[in-house]
Design a protein around this ligand. Sequence first.
Ligand code: KE4
Length: 426
Amino acid sequence: MTSRSTDVFHAAQKRIPGGVNSPVRAFRNVGAEPFFVDRAQGAKVWDIEGKEYIDYVGSWGPAILGHAPKVVVDAVCEAATRGLSFGIPNPLEVEIAELICDWMPSIEKVRMVNSGTEATMSCIRLARGFTGRDKIIKFDGCYHGHVDALLVKSGSGALTHGRPDSAGVPQAFVGLTISLPFNNVDLVRKAFRENKNEIAAVIIEPIPANAGLYFPRDDFLPVLREECTKHGALLIFDEVMTGFRVARGGAQEIYRITPDLTALGKIIGGGLPVGAFGGRAEIMDQLSPDGPVYQAGTLSGNPLAMAAGLAQLRELERIDGWKLLEKLGAQFEELARDAIAQAKSDITFHRIGSMLCLFFARGPIVDLVSAQRSDLKMFAKFFRGCLKQGIYFAPSQFETGFISTAHTSEDFERTGAIMREALAEL
Ligand code: KE4
């Protein structure tokens, strides 16, 4: 007897490529079919058969307060009564711009867009327009959305499905993209030496979370900052995932590095489609209508998305969400490490704040190459074992898990017990 999700998935596959609107949702590499969600609330989601899951994906980052927090839902409902989309400037756009600039002082001006991809794509065009240069440096395993120029050795779904370089991207587009190993300062310096005055920007996830989760060595980000300044290139922090999650000011606050541009997304939309990019005013003022770099969007600054993002960010601040997320993350880590200690297989656990990852490999894991040592079959079996008992981790070794302020110690107790069982069965 097939489940309702199976039936719906078969129907989906007839009309939607792969049956999904984003590849990472396909469960293709964890040997399962995706469940279809009926509703979500707090730390839980329920599938269309009514099965409950404790959710450690959180819509891939936006659900930092848990799903459908009342304060966000109320804000969206109230905004909806005044109109769904204007295409006319509205005060909410100014409020969220002021908040972003206040929380991330490297951002003097910011423009709203509708996805993280749009944010990083716009940063690249703006950096090229501002510097008059064409080449971009990125890092192996970092994922910056499905921007043609950045689908080079990229992470997330591209890596998950074994195509870090996508078909359909002309060589001319990627010929200007230099992808280097993360955490290798010598190769960064060498690239700048060999491409004198040709590099427009370096774009990086300051805390890579799309090849699993790993961290910059102490000297890495400072060297990027130093080299960009020395060579007149822009440093772009892709904080679509880390922005307003790992700290109120994002990774740039933690590592005390001032990027020239920052890409944002996920959390700032409160669950609605939002991205943003911002930085020094002299750079941002190159954007149309003031400057020659064109960038636009029908739904940019959409009132519902602005209302949702403002409500979510303000609530995060009101409850000092970052302190709570660190406390919850530490609680989870203790239970996870207990479970892992019982396991026969090599597992490396990484966490920063509310972001976490279990690599099925021995450490240290410091870059894509070390992350790819992971035993993907082992991960898939662990994932299925947890899912069966109502624990939903990201369906790929090359993703990151998220804890929200809605998770409870009871959730963690249950998760720890199920992780222990799933690991014992490997
Ligand atoms: P979107 O275009 O998906 O909103 O954002 C792209 C993006 C940019 N930068 C970083 C650091 C990101 O993590 C993302 C998107 N993250 C993935 C999850 N790893 C989105 C999930 C999906 O593709 O469905």
